[in-house]
Structure formats: C-alpha cells, structure tokens
Design a protein around this ligand. Structure first.
Ligand SMILES: NC(=O)c1ccc[n+]([C@@H]2O[C@H](COP(=O)([O-])OP(=O)(O)OC[C@H]3O[C@@H](n4cnc5c(N)ncnc54)[C@H](OP(=O)(O)O)[C@@H]3O)[C@@H](O)[C@H]2O)c1
Length: 261
C-alpha cells in the first residue's frame, strides 16, 4: 500500500533510537522528508547512518525536558523542511518507580513523560494548523493496566493519552489529527540488552530468553508470546502519519501483541 507520504515533511522527536528511529526509517523509505530530534550527537550520527541511503533525513539536537532548547530545535527542523505536515513523539521513558518514590522522582517523570510531550506538540501546532497535519504521541500498554513498579511512568503516560485526545478534539476543525500509540514490551535497546544478559546469566537460549522471562517471571500475559519489534511500531506510526489514516483521530491504539486484554 502506498502511504502517500512522498514529500510530506515530518519531525520525529526521540527519533534517533528505538521506535522513533524505526518510524523515521519507514517514512523516509516512503519518500517523506524527515528531521529527527534527540539529545546525543553520537546517537544522532549513528541513527542517520542507519537510514535509507540518499533519503535526505537530518538531525537537530534538542531536549524535551528543556523548553527553550526544544522550541529552537522545532523551529530549526521546520525551517529545514520548509513547513511541517506531521509530528511523532517517542520520548518520555522516566518514572519506573513505585508509589513511595520521592517527589523529585515524580517531578522528573512529569517533566520528561507528560510535559516533554506537551512541549513537542505545543511547538509543532502553529506549523501544523497552517495547512492541516498529524500528530502521533506515545503512551504505553500500562495506561490500561498500571504496574505498581512503574507508577509515575504509567500515571503520566495516562496523562499523555488524555492530552492527545484533548488536542484531537480542540484542533480537529483546524485540520489536525492526533493519535496515541500504546506499545507493549518492544525489543528496543533496553530489552535487547536484557535478552543477552538473561541468556548469559541463566544459560537459556538467546532466542527464548526474553520470551520465557517476560511470560513466566514478569507475568506479562502476551497473546502472541513475544516482545514486539521496533519496526512493527514504526509501520503503525507511519500509517497514522499518512493520509491513509485521514479519518482516524483521538484514538488510543494498542500495539502490544495482545497484552492483558
Ligand atoms: N520499549 C518498550 O518496551 C516500550 C513499551 C511501552 C512504551 N514505550 C514508550 O515508547 C517510546 C519509545 O521507546 P523506545 O524504547 O523506542 O525508547 P529509546 O530506544 O530509549 O529511544 C528514545 C529516544 O528518545 C530520545 N530522547 C530521550 N530523552 C530525550 C529528551 N529528553 N529529549 C529529546 N530526546 C530524547 C533518545 O535519544 P537521546 O537519548 O540521544 O536524547 C532516543 O532517540 C517511549 O515513550 C517509551 O516510554 C516503550
């Protein structure tokens, strides 16, 4: 299916690794012009080198936890692209603690998970309303099944979901669509490293290490019995960013192999 993304101008915040990079790879492969935003120069260089040759993607360094830095990065990205048709946000990973975490921990998670997403969307919206556009944000399966060991994270991801619905409602008549992806366990670098460590420490086959521990020890009830691949999320995000999803807005979309449903 042609996603009709050719020449669309897209920004992927948190695009230099994991699902953000996978999304950038899919949309760049479809002919979109992409700018990635992330903090680390080294990670950014590695990310660019992994994208389809000649796709013309570029990186702007910026930090969602720092408003002025993010505003500058978004402005530079939009200038590079000559406008903006879509934004995907894949940042917001802090807060894997329990209820009794210190206030500072909750505040840091708020700044990263919820406010980081708000900052990215707020910086992009004036450009998106110019001619209509699309927004994809990232929550997590845990918004539907909060995990006591990750309470700040799950609570604030629920905020991201509500925020995205609010934007969809407020900006729909101005031609903006906004949808929120809820991934399950996806094998980006953290889980990938864990697979290797588990296999080594427990002497279980590398190919089964994560699957076994995920189901038997974490009690993660995943119908498909495996973690997801970043590119599977990238395909979904690319679809949501595309005109093929033109009547889809305000949705919370699970991509979790059937986790706890
Ligand atoms: N992986 C999973 O199993 C899973 C499950 C559910 C939900 N999620 C959610 O899905 C999203 C993507 O996860 P992932 O596993 O793909 O993450 P990842 O591989 O760690 O990638 C995160 C990306 O965001 C950038 N980033 C992090 N903090 C940033 C900041 N303050 N400002 C700007 N860029 C920043 C990182 O680059 P720099 O560090 O260089 O800035 C990197 O490009 C996250 O919101 C995560 O909570 C993940």
């Amino acid at each position: 299916m042609d996603l009709e993304l050719r020449d669309k101008r897209l920004v992927v915040v948190g695009g230099t690794s994991g699902m953000g990079l996978a999304t950038a790879s899919v949309v760049a492969g479809e002919g979109a012009a992409v700018v990635l935003i992330g903090r680390s120069e080294a990670r950014a260089a590695e990310a660019l080198a992994s994208l389809p040759e000649g796709c013309g993607a570029s990186v702007v360094l910026g930090d969602v936890q720092d408003g002025p830095s993010l505003d500058r990065a978004m402005q530079a990205a939009v200038e590079t692209l000559g406008g903006l048709d879509g934004l995907a946000v894949f940042t917001g990973t802090l807060g894997h603690q329990s209820l009794d975490a210190a206030d500072e921990t909750w505040t840091a998670a708020f700044d990263d998970v919820l406010l980081g997403t708000v900052r990215a969307v707020r910086a992009a919206l004036p450009h998106l309303t110019a001619a209509g556009g699309t927004i994809v944000t990232t929550a997590a399966y845990s918004v539907r099944a909060p995990d006591a060991a990750r309470l700040p994270y799950a609570s604030l991801k629920a905020g991201v979901a509500a925020f995205t619905k609010g934007v969809a409602k407020d900006y729909g008549r101005r031609g903006v669509r906004a949808n929120c992806i809820c991934p399950g366990a996806i094998e980006t670098s953290a889980l990938h490293d864990m697979r290797g460590e588990l296999a080594k420490a427990r002497g279980i086959p590398y190919e089964e290490a994560l699957e076994r521990v995920m189901v038997c020890e974490w009690g993660l009830d995943v119908a498909l019995g495996r973690p997801g691949r970043p590119e599977e999320v990238g395909e979904l995000a690319a679809f949501l960013l595309s005109p093929r999803a033109d009547y889809l807005t305000g949705a919370l979309i699970n991509i979790d192999g059937g986790t706890w449903f």
